[in-house]
Design a protein. Structure first.
Length: 421
């Protein structure tokens, strides 16, 4: 099928958002008053925006010269999650990172949203090729979409509603599988390190617990078994100098994985290198962000140092850092560090908190046995999660290709002809 194409601004009203001064309390309202005010965070994980994190007052609306949009408005992100769309499900205003779209009577709103979805990969490619990854209202208004008759638009939207619902349901099942495996991992790790049983054996389904319930392993403070040291404080002057060396930040340390693909440099003069140099076998523990998140440095990138946002942990006794790693996993699963932190600030795991934290420390032979079993389980689960991730990627690819084909007339939605299998 061959349809005419038309710029978006010819078939829809485009309304930019705005933000009143965040320093003026009168422009904002508490949860029981004012009007909903959408930001990208409110729409990034929702198909329909019904609630917003912040609410704006009448004075705020006037100050920013913005108006409330009606339910049914299509929200389109121009910054950050570029090209993401969501329905507005409640009267609301939105910020300058979002454009509100309202189609004219000759355009089906669902078809218009699917058309915008079909364009997103091209917008992302364009953004990656430019230093400026944002769009403006004029650029969005000039986006060109196919223009079938309105009755055909509705047929296409009906077809895509049904087809994408099936794909989305399959994706939800895959995500549920990942949630269940994470819950099982949490429970088994917690039981293993707290010494809930006398013996551990491997079954095809995972860990099976044998023997009678024990009173638990010997507990001790982390400082009794390990040396804990924070990294070097970062400030602008330390990114210059004659002794620039790569270092790890909080973001480089993920669970059981250290990402060295984007290392920054900081000045580490000779007198500081021994203090902050990492050795293979060091455990790095995040102070903030996701307090307690940890991984072992195996020395794959050569000479490497670390920033103050990380704790470096080294054994001082017989206990292994791999055992402590699993203790930290169990603690974070139980939200231990979040509970201990100050809820009015960003959660942090200070050096003193980490040193004084008490964990079970059985004899070394038991630690090694439990760690080996948990490592085997972790490897099995990595394989499983990789397979599920591949399936999710294929579903997303299939969904995107189907939408693009339908809104551009590459398939006949009444017969399904042209759909790739």
């Amino acid at each position: 099928m061959s349809w005419a194409s038309i710029p978006l601004k010819r078939i829809a009203t485009l309304t930019a958002g705005g933000t009143p001064s965040v320093d003026e309390p009168a422009y904002w309202s508490d949860s029981d008053g004012g009007h909903a005010w959408a930001a990208i965070g409110d729409m990034s994980s929702a198909d329909t925006v019904l609630t917003t994190a912040r609410r704006i007052s009448e004075d705020g609306l006037r100050s920013a010269r913005i108006k409330l949009g009606e339910p049914g408005t299509i929200l389109f992100s121009m910054y950050a999650t570029l090209g993401h769309t969501a329905w507005l499900g409640t009267p609301a205003a939105w910020n300058q990172a979002i454009l509100g779209l309202w189609p004219d009577p000759t355009t089906d709103a669902r078809f218009l949203r699917y058309s915008l979805v079909s364009l997103r990969p091209h917008l992302l490619e364009q953004a990656r090729s430019n230093t400026q990854a944002n769009l403006n209202a004029e650029q969005v208004g000039n986006l060109v979409i196919s223009r079938p008759p309105v009755d055909e638009q509705r047929r296409i939207a009906d077809f895509l509603d049904a087809e994408t619902a099936e794909i989305d349901q399959l994706a939800q099942l895959r995500h549920k599988q990942l949630e269940l495996i994470a819950e099982r991992d949490a429970a088994e790790t917690y039981d293993a390190v707290r010494g809930a049983t006398l013996g551990i054996a491997m079954h095809a389904s995972g860990l099976a617990w044998l023997g009678q319930v024990a009173d638990g392993f010997r507990t001790a403070a982390v400082s009794h078994e390990f040396e804990v040291s924070l990294g070097k404080m970062l400030n602008p002057s330390r990114t210059q100098g004659d002794h620039l060396r790569p270092y790890l930040r909080n973001t480089n340390v993920q669970w059981d994985r250290i990402d060295t693909t984007a290392l920054l440099l900081m000045d580490f003069p000779p007198e500081e290198r021994m203090r902050y140099l990492l050795r293979p076998g060091d455990l790095l523990v995040c102070e903030g962000g996701d307090p307690g998140r940890a991984a072992i440095w195996h020395g794959s990138a050569g000479e490497l140092y670390y920033q103050k946002a990380l704790h470096r942990v080294r054994p001082r006794g017989t206990s292994t850092v791999r055992w402590l790693y699993y203790c930290l996993r169990a603690a974070t699963y139980m939200n231990l560090f979040a509970v201990q932190g100050n809820t009015t600030t960003i959660a942090h795991l200070t050096g003193e908190q980490l040193k004084s934290q008490r964990f079970p420390f059985p004899e070394r032979s038991i630690q090694d046995k439990v760690v080996n079993l948990l490592d085997e389980l972790a490897e099995d689960r990595r394989t499983f999660k990789a397979a599920v991730g591949h399936q999710l990627a294929l579903l997303a690819e299939r969904r995107q290709a189907l939408i693009a084909a339908a809104v551009t007339g590459q398939i006949d939605v009444t017969t399904g002809r042209g759909v790739a299998t």
